[in-house]
Design a protein around this ligand. Structure first.
Ligand SMILES: [Zn+2]
Length: 753
């Protein structure tokens, strides 16, 4: 450390060009000496004990991070963000709170809105953060206040200096100031691992073993963020080392190391400084290198590995890993393969005999997501009371279905206007509040599971919460975006602002938030939901209904002369783009004369417009409308078609939604054409889905034509798509749900005992 201290003291007095020249000379000398430990440190590919493997069966993880060093870097953030989005990647941007530039709030918000993460890079970036314990402590207070202000959970120090033990003073979920091997850094000790690891806080009171790098100790089971943090070492050389210091002319070192990490199933984490990226230069200079290197790298990964890798933000990765660790210590069982079932058994042991209430402003059992969750709780041995609406007079007010005790309130959803919505919501929440309150006084609930909309239904559980129940808020859809999409409202509209505030309050009332996809999760986080509090439970189709017993008939319509059948099923509304689909069908008629389009869905006012459009386009004989059909009938129909379409238009809601219908087609072995939107791209890549540009009939037509003409190629895409579905089957998410609730309940147990 002495060498460092001297270096950083004199550094400001050495001119930049001399500093660069010196470092370069030194680097070239070092490089010869270190060939056997850099860029690959043998042994670092060994996974930690009990390594569960990456989520969803992914082969390896690729994590992109950016440290923004100065104003030049700040100016290039948006361009770098767009470059990555274009290639289908997401990353974390780390800003210096008190450095040479100010970070505009708009930039941070724009990054989060697009699914990027914002983290904190040092405080002043002057090399003095760890100068003394006292100095660090002083600065930690400031860093924590920026973490709160920016809603950030991650940290990286300047110059990769690190004292992992001190970092417990920061309110962080992860740190990324270390590396597997990097002898070019001023504090050059590597961690010699290409995997994340847990850094446990010292446990002063308990008198348990002290350790500053206690991955062997594991976190205490409280799930408290302060019990430790996840360390994410970077494992690919920094861009500055490769291109500025060593003057590499290709991204080759990155590619080779990445291949090696992929082969061993590790974590490839890279730090790319926007400051040094030359977007408009082809040769590079002393302080920047061509952006082509980044293209070369990302294109290589995308092409070679397709959907086989996970590209999380640091916060996603660390919250996943913290949960893995928590579970491992709580129930010392592995979460992989065979033993995964045992973890669920352990969760069941926690849940059995407990009491849960479910609130649902919808119909039961018609709504599939609440039904599956409630049935999972019953199967885990819980007593479940459920309060919902009474749709038809023929439905009973009280009933037990598959062990779920249902109370139906005499209210029906009416889609009139915003005022009616509001009144109905208020009535229902009031009724739930009263009913749950009265029941809680007789016998306490351990858990209340609330399904939105509305978000504020969560407050119907106030009394059980005061009496100790844990609150799970299941955000099926983000209300602000859904309302914007239904009523065509702008983001600045008062109602939308108001819904966002209510959403935030509702989230902070809950102990755990569930949502069905990554884009929704990121959206809620960008609006202030703590990343550690929200988890994904996907809407996977029911495998008893949608399954591949019905193997696809190879789409050979081109030579068979039989009809080429395309299908749509779901809500018939403008945002779902049936008009785009009809225009595509009209354009395709000359190319596919035997094309038929089958539409399934309850009749809505919008259907009249669709029927008018069918006549106008002269498609009367080609389009068949079947009205509402139950799921079993939908599954039968899927069996007989060649292709499904999700013709959604683009709007704030459809952009981030991930329609379950995609999985329904894939589960039954049928290709499906999907819109190129973020919510879907989070799960599918070019190799696993057939994309079209939303709102563009020509692009949709091209995708359909591809299925018609190129069955072999489409089969390969279908195969990949099915493996995405397989990784998200309901059985997997069901177990995840039970584990999460098991975590929550065992905390209660501890608090009460
Ligand atoms: Zn830096």
């Amino acid at each position: 450390m002495l060498r460092n201290r001297v270096y950083y003291r004199v550094k400001p007095f050495i001119p930049q060009f001399l500093r660069t020249a010196l470092r370069r000379r030194l680097a070239l000398r070092v490089r010869d000496r270190i060939a056997n430990i850099w860029p690959i440190m043998p042994g670092s590919e060994r996974p930690p004990e009990d390594w569960p493997g990456w989520p969803d069966g992914k082969k390896f993880a690729l994590v992109l991070t950016h440290d923004v060093e100065g104003a030049a870097g700040l100016r290039k953030c948006r361009r770098l963000m767009r470059l990555e989005m274009e290639l289908g990647f997401r990353s974390s941007f780390n800003f210096i709170p008190e450095g040479s530039y100010r970070v505009p709030r708009e930039l941070r918000e724009e990054l989060s809105r697009n699914g990027f993460e914002v983290g904190i890079h040092d405080l002043k970036h002057d090399g003095r953060l760890f100068a003394s314990r006292r100095e660090f402590r002083r600065r930690a207070v400031r860093i924590n206040s920026y973490l709160r202000d920016w809603n950030a959970v991650g940290f990286r120090s300047g110059f990769m200096l690190h004292e992992l033990d001190w970092l417990h003073e920061l309110d962080i979920q992860y740190d990324t100031s270390t590396f597997d091997t990097d002898p070019f850094e001023p504090q050059p000790e590597g961690r010699y691992t290409i995997f994340p690891f847990w850094v446990a806080a010292r446990e002063l009171e308990s008198g348990r073993r002290h350790s500053d790098l206690a991955s062997d100790l594991g976190p205490p089971a409280t799930g408290n963020a302060r019990s430790g943090y996840v360390e994410l070492p970077y494992t690919l050389p920094q861009d500055s080392t490769l291109f500025l210091l060593l003057r590499e002319r290709t991204a080759d070192i990155w590619l080779r190391k990445l291949d090696w990490i992929a082969e061993h199933g590790g974590m490839a984490l890279v730090n790319i400084h926007p400051d040094y990226v030359g977007f408009d230069s082809t040769n590079g200079s002393n302080n920047n290198y061509p952006a082509a290197r980044i293209y070369e790298f990302l294109n290589y990964v995308a092409k070679k590995f397709g959907d086989a890798f996970w590209n999380p933000s640091c916060s996603e990765l660390s919250s996943w890993y913290a949960a893995v660790q928590r579970r491992a210590t709580q129930w010392p069982l592995r979460t992989d393969g065979v033993s995964r079932g045992r973890a669920a058994t352990a969760a069941k042991a926690v849940l059995a005999g407990r009491r849960a209430a479910v609130l649902l402003y919808s119909y039961y059992p018609a709504d599939p997501r609440p039904r599956r969750a409630a049935e999972a709780l019953v199967e885990a041995g819980m007593h479940v009371d459920l309060i919902c609406l009474r749709g038809k007079a023929t439905e009973k007010t009280r009933e037990v279905i598959r062990g779920v005790h249902i109370v139906r309130l005499p209210l029906r959803k009416r889609r009139h206007n915003k005022r009616t919505y509001f009144l109905q919501y208020a009535t229902f929440i009031g009724a739930c509040f009263g009913l749950l309150g009265a029941r809680s006084l007789k016998k306490r609930y351990d858990l209340v599971h609330i399904h939105n909309m509305p978000d504020v239904l969560v407050f119907g559980a106030l009394i059980p919460k005061l009496l100790g129940a844990r609150i799970v808020l299941d955000l099926h859809d983000p209300m602000p975006e859904l309302m914007m999409s239904i009523y065509n409202l702008g983001a600045e509209e008062r109602l939308v602002e108001w819904l966002k505030r209510l959403e935030k309050r509702s989230i902070s009332f809950a102990n755990l938030v569930l949502t069905p996809n990554k884009a929704f999760q990121q959206l809620f986080i960008s609006r202030g939901c703590p990343p550690g509090k929200i988890e994904i439970i996907m809407n996977s189709p029911e495998s008893e209904i949608f399954n591949s017993k019905y193997r696809a008939l190879s789409p050979d319509a081109a030579n068979g002369g039989r009809p080429f059948k395309m299908m749509y099923h779901g809500l018939i509304a403008e945002r779902h783009g049936l008009d785009t689909a009809l225009e595509a069908v009209a354009q395709l008629r000359p190319a596919i004369p035997e094309l038929e389009f089958h539409i399934f869905g309850d009749r809505t006012a919008y259907m009249d417009k669709i029927e008018a459009l069918v006549r106008q386009l002269g498609l009367d004989g080609d389009v068949h409308y079947h009205g509402y059909q139950p799921q079993t009938e939908i599954a039968k129909s899927i069996r007989s078609i060649d292709l499904g379409v999700i013709p959604n238009r683009r709007n704030p809601f459809t952009e981030i939604n991930m329609p379950t219908r995609i999985f329904e087609y894939l589960a039954m072995g049928k290709p499906v054409v999907v819109p190129n939107t973020r919510g879907i791209r989070d799960y599918f890549g070019r190799n696993s889905a057939l994309f079209f540009e939303p709102g563009d009939p020509r692009s949709l037509g091209d995708a359909i034509l591809q299925v018609y003409r190129n069955p072999q190629k489409v089969d390969a895409v279908l195969e990949q798509g099915r493996s995405v579905y397989e990784a998200h089957r309901w059985e997997i998410h069901r177990e995840r749900l039970l584990n999460l609730i098991g975590d929550l309940m065992s905390d209660v147990g501890r608090a009460q005992s």
